[in-house]
Ligand binder design. Structure first.
Ligand code: SF4
Ligand code: SF4
Length: 103
C-alpha cells in the first residue's frame, strides 16, 4: 500500500498538461503563442503538438485557447483519450529539444 501512495504523490508532483487527438492534423499553434515557458513542441513530420512534462509549469494558460479542446490537465484527460498521456510523455524520451520547433 505504501508504494501505491508514494507513486500517487509522485504523479501529482509531476503533473503536466496533455495534448490529445483533436490536435491531430490541425496544429494551429494557438497554444504555443500563450505558453509562458515555451514548452509546446512539434516537428514538421509530426501530426500534432506535444507538451514537455519536464518544462510545463501547469499554469493552464493553453487549455482555453485551443479551438478544438485538445488540451487537458493530465488528471482530467477523457477516458477515450488516455493513450495520449503516454504518447505525450514518450515523445520527449528519445528527442533532443534543440531538434524540435514551436510552430
Ligand atoms: S499548462 Fe502552461 S506551461 Fe504547461 S503547456 Fe500549457 S501554457 Fe505551457
Ligand atoms: S491550440 Fe489545440 S489544436 Fe492548436 S496546436 Fe495547440 S493543442 Fe493543437
Amino acid at each position: 500500500m505504501g508504494s501505491i501512495e508514494s507513486n500517487h504523490r509522485e504523479r501529482e508532483e509531476t503533473m503536466t498538461y496533455i495534448i490529445t487527438e483533436p490536435c491531430v492534423g490541425l496544429k494551429d499553434a494557438a497554444c504555443v503563442d500563450v505558453c509562458p515557458v515555451d514548452c509546446i513542441y512539434t516537428r514538421e513530420q509530426d501530426d500534432q503538438f506535444f507538451i514537455n512534462p519536464d518544462e510545463c509549469i501547469d499554469c493552464a494558460a493553453c487549455e482555453p485557447v485551443c479551438p478544438v479542446t485538445a488540451i487537458f490537465a493530465e488528471d482530467a484527460v477523457p477516458g477515450d483519450q488516455q493513450e495520449y498521456v503516454a504518447k505525450n510523455y514518450d515523445y520527449f524520451k528519445d528527442k533532443d529539444l534543440s531538434d524540435l520547433s514551436r510552430g
